[in-house]
Design a protein around this ligand. Structure first.
Ligand SMILES: [Zn+2]
Length: 246
């Protein structure tokens, strides 16, 4: 574990002020779920799954499930990425994971009901960055088309890993927005309570050839910091209220 002083120091030197947000539906908002699949979330499910129960990951799954339920009740648009790889196409620097056709590449049990919801778009991607992974061979982009179709003005992004797939997607979506490629998207919002990352403490990484240390709490913070530094909003609380227009 990283010493508390180290984490405190990073949080002092790289503060991330998190807002709270109330969703009324007056701004058209879409929920983006990043890779909440067994291969990253379910204990023992594969090379990149937690080896023992993990509080941060469990909380992420619970919070994301609650949010997805509310979005689906309101028939608001939901977009879910599922990391999925062909067995013959590696994804360095990672070991094989989320191979197509295995349970690793499926949504966690708590979210499997999403497959039957009419307001949900599922996108399998074989790429860390979901924005890039949304390109089709003809140059169209499934995420861009989803934003356009529903006239989405803000996306609320949750999932795993905060500093990897969530961050890369957020950065690309922001760059694309800045160049006018994702209209009418204005805001990219990361909800920290429904994001998680994996834990590979330095003393464990030291004994694995080639491994890079990845202490969970520190990297969660760094991921949120990087997202905010690129222009995302970071919120620690999301609530729902009736529309003011009604
Ligand atoms: Zn992958």
């Amino acid at each position: 574990m990283v010493s508390e002083t180290a984490i405190d120091l990073v949080k002092i030197e790289l503060p991330v002020d998190e807002d709270s947000m109330t969703l009324t539906g007056d701004v058209t908002i879409g929920l983006v779920l990043v890779d909440i699949v067994n291969g990253f979330c379910t204990v023992g499910a594969g090379h990149l799954a937690p080896k023992v129960p993990d509080k941060q990951i469990s909380r992420m799954v619970d919070e994301s499930t609650q949010l997805a339920r509310t979005f689906c009740e309101k028939k608001w648009p939901v977009f879910a990425f599922l990391d999925t790889h062909h067995p013959d196409v590696p994804e360095p620097p990672y070991p094989p994971h989320c191979i197509a056709g295995t349970d690793e590449a499926n949504l966690v049990p708590a979210l499997q009901w999403l497959e039957n919801e009419s307001n949900v778009t599922l996108r399998r991607k074989d790429c860390i960055d979901g924005f890039v992974g949304s390109f089709e061979k003809d140059g169209s982009n499934v995420f861009v088309d989803w934003v356009k179709k529903h006239q989405i003005e803000a996306v609320l992004v949750v999932g795993i890993c905060t500093d990897i797939c969530v961050l890369d997607f957020v950065c690309s979506a922001l760059s694309a927005r800045n160049r006018g490629h994702v209209t009418p998207l204005r805001d990219v919002i990361v909800y920290s309570g429904a994001c998680a990352t994996f834990d590979l403490p330095v003393h464990v990484a030291r004994n694995i050839p080639g491994a890079l240390a990845h202490p969970q709490e520190l990297m969660q913070h760094v991921g949120l910091y990087m997202a905010k530094s690129r222009g995302a909003k970071v919120v620690s609380k999301v609530s729902f209220a009736a529309s003011k227009k009604a």
